[in-house]
Design a protein around this ligand. Structure first.
Ligand SMILES: NC(=O)c1ccc[n+]([C@@H]2O[C@H](COP(=O)([O-])OP(=O)(O)OC[C@H]3O[C@@H](n4cnc5c(N)ncnc54)[C@H](O)[C@@H]3O)[C@@H](O)[C@H]2O)c1
Length: 364
């Protein structure tokens, strides 16, 4: 039997998520051949040599990988602020691109990337949102599609990270764009996924009426230096009357919790309300306990396989993707508006072009 062609991919970024992706690409993707990896940080070459097959070449310069490794596609898993220039360069070189969320920390750069991607329709461009590739989220989507929830009018979503005693994300905040941009973009996307936000619009460009965010530095006071918070709440009013509410946090002590309630007129679907890592109950002097899922990497372990498999199929067989560049753009606009709302203590309205009205440029 003739062997199927495999997609030759390069991975840029070998950090917390990149190292997980590298192993998946090397060992768990029958349609992908990982040919090269890259990171600018010293010592990552050793990690690659010790953990990846010897056939995988290591580069310390992403330009070198993109031009000299013979790849057809790249996965960009670097710090957020570096995404846009790498995506633009890869598309210019004729490479298919998958990039971790978000595209950028500001709307103008996101628009530039979108324009470039639209000018190259022959190249696939995927920003995968993990929840869209999770089986429970997909099962809830099927319920919505079959009308079993009735009219879905609101979504409530949360993403609560385990408290990190090293405070890694405090300095990470300078690059990440803040909690609403970095973390909230997932909840915004999943809200848009379930709420039919383009239905019944008088002006199709304008999906959102206004947003509002507030937050606290409950544990990590230093976050105020970066215009950021460790607990944030957001309200998004869509132009067709649907409502999304979000709680984001980085101070939970038991583990990671990320739950979504999809509210319909006939019934609600609640996804991941139980954050137990497995079904083992410990019975001891404290009572009956279960261990919590430690982080998003464990909760969405399967999503990180599914999105890559979908991307490979999309490129090799010219199939559509679950997340479009427009989804990433719409989520980015809302996320940026929420970060602005938190920083400036104001609601942010959207104009008839569908853009958030943020007057103090320095703060967005
Ligand atoms: N569920 C999800 O979708 C999800 C989860 C976690 C992280 N992310 C996203 O993935 C990205 C990476 O997150 P992380 O937690 O792994 O970050 P990280 O800081 O642990 O790793 C980033 C790595 O990229 C490398 N790097 C930075 N600039 C580079 C460049 N120009 N060329 C090559 N290498 C470069 C760094 O040396 C580092 O090793 C972020 O954008 C984050 O928002 C997405």
């Amino acid at each position: 039997m003739a062997s199927q062609p495999r997609l030759k991919m390069g991975l840029i970024g070998l950090g917390r998520l990149g190292t997980i992706r590298a192993r998946i690409l090397a060992y768990q993707q029958p349609k992908i051949e990982l040919v090269a990896v890259c990171d600018t940080k010293p010592g990552t070459d050793t990690w690659a040599a010790e953990n990846l097959p010897p056939s995988v070449r290591y580069f310390s310069d992403p330009e070198d990988l993109m031009t000299n490794a013979g790849v057809q596609a790249v996965l960009i898993s670097t710090a957020t602020a570096t995404h846009a220039p790498l995506i633009l360069r890869a598309l210019d070189l004729g490479l298919h691109v998958m990039c971790e969320k978000p595209i950028s920390v500001d709307v103008a750069t996101t628009e530039e990337v979108l324009r470039k991607s639209k000018s190259k329709p022959e190249l696939k461009f995927l920003v995968p949102f993990s929840r869209r590739y999770d089986e429970s989220y997909r099962a809830a989507k099927d319920l919505v599609a079959r009308g079993e929830l009735g009219d879905v009018h609101a979504v409530e979503s949360s993403c609560l990270d385990q408290q990190d005693p090293t405070g890694f994300f405090v300095t990470f905040s300078a690059q990440s764009g803040g909690i609403f941009v970095d973390m909230g973009v997932h909840d915004i996307d999943i809200g848009r996924y379930y709420l039919d936000v383009t239905k019944g619009l008088a002006n199709p460009k304008k999906q959102v009426d206004r947003v509002f965010a507030t937050g606290q530095q409950a544990v990590y006071g230093e976050l105020s230096r970066y215009g950021d918070c460790d607990n944030g709440w957001a309200l998004v009013e869509f132009a067709n009357g649907k409502v999304l509410s979000i709680h984001l946090g980085r101070t939970l002590t038991n583990g990671f919790e990320g739950c979504t309630r999809v509210m319909g007129t006939r019934s609600h679907a609640v996804i991941n309300n139980n954050s137990a890592v497995n079904r083992v109950e410990i019975r001891d002097a404290y009572g009956v306990r279960t261990a919590t899922t430690p982080d998003a990497f464990v909760l969405y372990a399967q999503s990180f396989l599914h999105d890559l498999a979908e991307f490979a199929t999309a490129v090799l067989e010219d199939k559509p993707l679950s997340c479009t560049p427009d989804d990433a753009y719409e989520a980015a606009k809302i996320a940026t508006a929420l970060q602005y709302s938190f920083r400036n203590k104001v609601p942010v309205f959207f104009d008839d072009e569908g853009l958030p009205i943020m007057e103090t440029k320095a703060a967005n």
